[in-house]
Ligand binder design. Structure first.
Ligand code: PRT
Length: 111
């Protein structure tokens, strides 16, 4: 799965040289960080709404679709800031052996 994120990250990097007329990603870069963040916020809200609906209707399809939109726009944000998906994957991998509660305790001094 991480192959997909890395491949998509490479496409997003290439789109820095594309025209806004031919590429949705290039058009987002052209509109700037605020527009990209607006899309991330919108998609996050759509994920929340889909998840709330899914809990009642037992339907996963909309949650999967909206989460893909959120991940995609988050990757566009990262590419705009010159951060590669590999850097997020490395950070998640670093956390494999660390309990979330232990990590929180190390920051706050208590559990
Ligand atoms: N994964 C995606 C992807 N997911 C979602 N989207 C687009 O994200 C847009 C946002 O969805 P919305 O429902 O908010 O659409 P909207 O109302 O048109 O958006 P706004 O006008 O409000 O900004 C839609 O146009 C989707 O097509 C994506 N566009 C591109 N990709 C990937 O990025 C690659 C490069 O895309 P281009 O730059 O367009 O070639 C593609 O080959 C794909 O792999």
């Amino acid at each position: 799965m991480s192959d997909v994120l890395i491949a998509l990250g490479n496409i997003l990097e290439e789109r820095k040289n594309a025209s806004a007329d031919s590429s949705y990603v290039a058009s987002l870069y052209g509109k700037g960080l605020n527009k990209i963040l607006e899309k991330v916020g919108e998609e996050a809200t759509e994920v929340i709404i889909a998840a709330k609906d899914a809990e009642q209707a037992q339907s996963k399809a909309d949650v999967i679709y909206e989460t893909a939109d959120l991940w995609f726009h988050t990757l566009v944000m990262l590419a705009h800031l010159n951060i590669k998906p590999e850097e997020i994957l490395q950070e998640l991998a670093r956390r494999f052996s660390i309990s979330g509660l232990d990590e929180k305790a190390s920051r706050t001094g208590n559990k």
